[in-house]
Design a protein around this ligand. Sequence first.
Ligand code: HDE
Length: 698
Amino acid sequence: MGDPKQEQRDFFRAEDPASGPLTTDQGVPVDHTDDSLSAGERGPTLLEDFHFREKLTRFDHERIPERVVHARGAGAYGYFEPYESCAEFTRAAFLQDPAVRTPVFVRFSTVQGPKGSADTVRDVRGFATKFYTSEGNYDLVGNNFPVFFIQDGIKFPDFVHAVKPEPHNDIPTGASAHDSLWDFVSLQPETLHAIMWLMSDRAIPRSYRMMQGFGVHTFRFVNVDGKGTFVKFHWKPRLGAHSLVWDEAQECQGRDPDFNRRDLWDAIEAGEFPEWELGVQLVPEEDEFSFDFDLLDATKLIPEEQVPVRPIGRMVLDRNPENFFAETEQVAFHTANVVPGIDFTNDPLLQARNFSYLDTQLIRLGGPNFAQLPVNRPVAPVRTNQRDGYGQSTIHRGTNYFPNSLGGGCPAHAGADPHAFRHYTEKIDGATIRRRSPSFEDHYSQPALFWNSMADWEKQHIVAAFRFELGKVEARAVRARTVEHLAKVDGELAAEVARGIGVPGPAAVAEPASKLSSPALSLRSLRGDGSIRTRRIAVLVADGVDAAQVTSVREALAAEGALVEALAPVDGSVTGSDGERYAVDRALPTMASVLYDAVLLPGGPADTPSTAEDPDAMRFVRDAYRHGKPIAAVGSGVGVLAALEPQGLRLSAEFQQVLSDQGVVTDTTPGPASPEFAQAFVDAIAAHRHWDRPPLRC
Ligand code: HDE
């Protein structure tokens, strides 16, 4: 099956650079591009040099405005296919037939930071999908949190100004730990639910491939009979949802600012295509008022235990873009890009978005013709009376108005054509009013629901995140005001946060705002297929390494789809205990534990230089331990771990068998590692992180 998007892109592709000499924009061959035309060898540059002028002018105009939010991103192409027909609820053509694959382009992003900021900041992640359907483009412009910070779009400029760097000094970059954000939060408690998500590990995903996505708003499915059903969209990653820890995320910002972007790119290049399942929560219109919150309020989620998520299809990303600017930078998403069968609700946040996205593209992409760019161009035919404007690339013929007779009345209205988009008919009756509905008033129950649903380690991370963020806030009154709001969510949470930031705890501990919990909100419940595919495992080797041990574990990990790399003090190769040379993948000083998911410490004869004597290696192991990562040590490699025992690393006394304790897997039996050892390591990696380790003392 041909990919219409690929065919379209091939059509627009630039000339093959190898097909002829360098030319000007006008196609005139250029003899020389290293020296400008001048009057004499040491004379002034001549205006006549059109190649020089064109080259510099084009360079001067290479930048376009970055997105005001979501500036930093990574994109990929792929496809979507439904599991079965959804005709009962929606007439959308791309949700009818499992045999039909719809091409997609997805862009993941951070929100606060500029285009050149680091990936692993504490932030919401954008998850925007463009479906190139046979009935036109459908954009599902979502996030990796199911709720948003504000209820009405008119507050968006306030919220974004508050979270962006402070206006006087443009600090901080990519971070929310500063006064203006928390000032806003402390005065606008509707932010609290999304703030709980922001303080949780969800805000530092291990990978774009390992995070959930949500449409956030309540949308409306409409079937062929015009019947509406409320719908919330969910993306679930096949690899499960996994996160970094804060200390690690911060170090990653320096070690590899492109950590998440590189991860996505590398996985697709390696043929490890990321996959998500699309699920929907469906609410019959008759049940609109059967919740203790308003379905139109984007600061609320519908607990999955109350309305199950029904899987309806899967999306696979299998192709990297060829040119970041042309594709990932110029892609233009818009919540109002809907197709017949998908419609809006009166969520005031969604209504504002339906205005904002087109408006922003006009300035960002320099005029109204951006839908003609290859990445934005629908695969469905486009026939309009829209004309001209900057960058018009279509050569329109014939009439440009309706009605017309001179053009044979074309393009005609779709009229009764069942494929035409017809807005959902909703009865509206109300007075012109500037007031929030009372049904939007409860700002505390769902933050409490989220808190109640967390595992102990998730709660600890949330408290630590609040302490970090508020600890950076200079205005003590803002810290105290935020704690007062937290006290209305949960007294224990407020007291814990207050203790860390030097403000008084809540005076009286009130009842929690909710005693309900939703296990589906915890990362514990999002293990995906439980595999270790694409996990990055470092093997620390040095001269004298027992290569047989490395090979046996390496093969077992590779069989499970993990990516194993041998790291040595210098690049090139090491000499094994058998005297053979073994290739090294990377020099240890160029890498760090934060760039891997787990570490293996093989052994060697006791009289050869040991990893335990290499400060880089010991730091690597210490960091892996502190960040809860699986560590496996075999043979005399266990001695490396033993070196950390005085600092608090827990190691079982009995070394003669495979032991796995809190993700530390050891086996001192000499010779190649046993299958049991390899399996215990695989299981520890599949568990992602191990939180109950005793802390290291330094
Ligand atoms: Fe956006 N948002 N947003 N947003 N948003 C933009 O559009 C806006 C909101 C989201 O990869 C902008 O092209 C308003 C919620 C994503 O290109 C802008 C409001 C959600 C992306 C804009 C919201 C999102 C954007 C900036 C409140 C999750 C990146 C540049 C009414 C459901 C898309 C651009 C990409 C981008 C406006 C709230 C997600 C300015 C006014 C809620 C993933 O138009």
